[in-house]
Write a protein that binds this ligand. Structure first.
Ligand SMILES: [Zn+2]
Length: 311
């Protein structure tokens, strides 16, 4: 029976989904890993994959495709670029997987792009010809799909939605070295920062925050009527709506999907966000749908499996 593995590579573990070729998720496992840079570490991964298959009555020869998502750039030829936040030797791991699963086609995908492909395959964007996925996490990532295909661009910068300039007057610098990027306002880090600024403006003490990306506490405060939290979330929605309106001028997608941790507060900012989008967009795009993504943390696992099947 043909099976596809989708592997979501994180800093301390990898999450693996075993799929049917039709896209049904049949089993999931988590394999603890450290640095994935040695033969011993590759073996931990391949043994974990074999065990997942064996536990479900399958073997290495059943695997026709293995997709892996990475938190970094992957060019159109599937070559992985510089990985800043993770210790991984992609070529070494690829070789080890190839030896273990000789029938399988392998593919690496950037994690935000993988999430977009996952939503296209089995999530909110199923059947959509064009959409843009916006991942609101620690930063803001994007995945652009048009004509059913990912756009990664001539130089690999396609879909870097987090770095659309939304405030030319900003003096604080973004991680990219520029100022006024969407990511500075609409990421988890951005929402928490805006909340603290709004508290300071009002002479209010912020609620207890569990670190610089704790949007859950800001959302909770907002639900409890905290005015600073409401103002911060309204600003975040305004900047995001403005950025999406700029994207629509260029590619006019059928829909926008929001994923990542911040999208957990979708119901709190959906009305403000849709109103901001309508305020800034060009008239023909006014009915563009803005929806939450539906696969949550599994999206990238689905998408990397899907990409590996294409090759
Ligand atoms: Zn930036």
């Amino acid at each position: 029976m043909d099976k596809v593995l989708g592997i979501d590579i994180g800093g301390t573990s990898i999450k693996v989904g075993m799929f049917s070729t039709e896209g049904h998720l049949e089993a999931v496992t988590k394999i603890p890993t450290g640095e994935i840079t040695s033969e011993a570490a590759f073996a931990v991964v391949t043994e974990g994959l074999k065990k997942l298959l064996a536990d479900n009555g399958f073997g290495p020869d059943d695997v026709v495709a293995v997709g892996l998502d990475v938190p970094g750039p992957v060019d159109d030829n599937g070559k992985v670029g510089m990985l800043a936040n993770i210790e991984l030797d992609p070529e070494g791991l690829q070789a080890a997987i190839k030896r273990t699963f000789p029938r399988a086609n392998l593919a690496f995908v950037n994690d935000a792009n993988a999430a977009a492909l996952g939503e296209l395959w089995q999530g909110s964007a199923k059947g959509a010809a064009s959409f843009v996925m916006v991942a609101l996490g620690t930063g803001v990532g994007g995945g652009v799909v048009t004509g059913g295909k990912l756009v990664s661009g001539a130089f690999g910068a396609g879909g870097e939605i987090g770095h659309i300039t939304v405030n030319r007057d900003e003096t604080l610098s973004c991680g990219c070295g520029r100022q006024g990027c969407l990511e500075q306002y609409s990421s988890a880090t951005g929402v928490v920062r805006l909340y603290k600024v709004e508290c300071a403006n009002r002479g209010m003490e912020p609620v207890h925050l569990d670190g610089p990306t704790d949007t859950l506490s800001v959302f909770k405060a907002c639900r409890a009527g905290d005015e600073a939290a409401k103002a911060a979330i309204a600003q975040m929605a305004d900047y995001l709506g403005y950025a999406l309106a700029q994207i629509s001028v260029i590619m006019d997608p059928q829909m926008y999907l929001l994923g990542g941790g911040v999208s957990g507060g979708f119901e709190l900012f959906a009305d403000d966000l849709r109103a901001a989008f309508r305020k800034y967009c060009l008239a023909p795009s006014i009915s563009t749908r803005i929806l939450p993504a539906s696969l949550g943390n599994d999206a990238a696992m689905y998408g990397s499996a899907f990409q590996a099947m294409q090759g």
